[in-house]
Design a protein around this ligand. Sequence first.
Ligand SMILES: NC(=O)c1ccc[n+]([C@@H]2O[C@H](COP(=O)([O-])OP(=O)(O)OC[C@H]3O[C@@H](n4cnc5c(N)ncnc54)[C@H](OP(=O)(O)O)[C@@H]3O)[C@@H](O)[C@H]2O)c1
Length: 231
Amino acid sequence: MSDAPIPVAVVGARGRLGALACEVLERAPDFELVARLDSGHVLEQALPQSGARVVLECTRAGLGYEHARRILELGLRPVIGTSGVSLEETRALDEAARARSLGGLVVPNFSLGMWLLQRAALEAARHFPQCEIVEMHHERKLDAPSGTAADTAERLRALHPQAKTPPIHSVRLPGMYAHQLVIFGAAGETYTLRHDMSGPAAFGPGILCAVRHAASAVGVARGLDAALAGR
Ligand SMILES: NC(=O)c1ccc[n+]([C@@H]2O[C@H](COP(=O)([O-])OP(=O)(O)OC[C@H]3O[C@@H](n4cnc5c(N)ncnc54)[C@H](OP(=O)(O)O)[C@@H]3O)[C@@H](O)[C@H]2O)c1
């Protein structure tokens, strides 16, 4: 691929995640932010005009899958940060992308720390099959359990399909931002993994890695694994 900046459009650009994404993309020399779209725009009109190659979707839970399909139909590459895209939907997007020789990513959490926690949790689960997840967020977060905790539980369940899905406990309190523990228990010992976020800046590096990966990927993968491979 050429060294020209990657043209990126952000959908949901006025929201908290979208605004942060616009800020980090504008500061990074490898990317050109070519469109900031919101609910007043029609993707089929705004995206072709923008010249975007990658489209970062940061709207609201439930819209990610439909928007990703429409982005692929336009011949563009989706990075879906919006919560709620299921494993089955990710597989369907992967098929649709491969049929068009396109690629993208579904990333339930852009934080590198959370990526590390999930990797460590999968390693721990090979030795300690029983675990429970505690996710703690500020009191303004309305949904529970968090999409990230559900994603962690799904990944752990995939490792031990015969075991029950790890239970998730949700806490909503002022003074918190975003925190997750995975507690493994075995005879005579427990092992706890913990990730703490104190602000949204933690999403920045993962957003850039995801967009860079999507610009040349074939197929739609889930999570940051493919984007961070080799780091
Ligand atoms: N992957 C991650 O690491 C990560 C991190 C944080 C959040 N999230 C997820 O990302 C999503 C956005 O979170 P947020 O905190 O940024 O929410 P937010 O502040 O409520 O922002 C959502 C934005 O989406 C826009 N929007 C809604 N419907 C739209 C449509 N049909 N087309 C275009 N734009 C539309 C809204 O614009 P209007 O005001 O014009 O309606 C709003 O500006 C949520 O699903 C959240 O769970 C993911």
